[in-house]
Write a protein that binds this ligand. Structure first.
Ligand SMILES: Cc1cc2nc3c(=O)[nH]c(=O)nc-3n(C[C@H](O)[C@H](O)[C@H](O)COP(=O)(O)OP(=O)(O)OC[C@H]3O[C@@H](n4cnc5c(N)ncnc54)[C@H](O)[C@@H]3O)c2cc1C
Length: 102
């Protein structure tokens, strides 16, 4: 089983994680890392500003990805190492086989 790390839980990281999960299914581990525990849908900011959206309507807990088989870790990425292949975070080292930054 290979360990895929996706760094960043914005639109890019969430889309990449879903594509990987669909293609790889449960054969490999996909982990998304973000320093925040929520994703905010930025294009809706103007609607928020004029009172046409509530904050809860444009945010989603990144932990919901776990239901799709994508592991979520809330931590701050400090360094990406290639030899050995590991990411240094504020809560420790995370080894990877493949990683992508979004
Ligand atoms: C008002 C508005 C309207 C928009 N309209 C459109 C549109 O119509 N079409 C369009 O294509 N785009 C639009 N955009 C732009 C679009 O929202 C952004 O391009 C998109 O959200 C960027 O996504 P991203 O995943 O690349 O980056 P981000 O959303 O910036 O995600 C990066 C993530 O990485 C995390 N992160 C960063 N550093 C670290 C670290 N060291 N450790 C852990 N986590 C970290 C951050 O917490 C963040 O969650 C709009 C933006 C705004 C503000």
């Amino acid at each position: 089983m290979a360990n895929f790390l996706v760094l960043g839980g914005g639109t890019g990281g969430i889309v990449i994680s879903h594509i990987l999960q669909k293609k790889l299914k449960k054969e490999h581990q996909i982990t998304l890392i973000d320093r925040r525990n929520e994703h905010i849908y930025y294009p809706s900011y103007p609607l928020l500003m004029i009172g046409k959206r509530e904050p809860a309507a444009i945010t989603r807990k990144l932990g919901r990805l776990e239901k799709k088989g994508i592991r979520f870790l809330q931590t701050d990425v400090q360094e990406i190492k290639t030899s050995p292949s590991e990411v240094i975070t504020s809560t420790g080292k995370i080894p990877y086989d493949y990683q992508g930054s979004a």
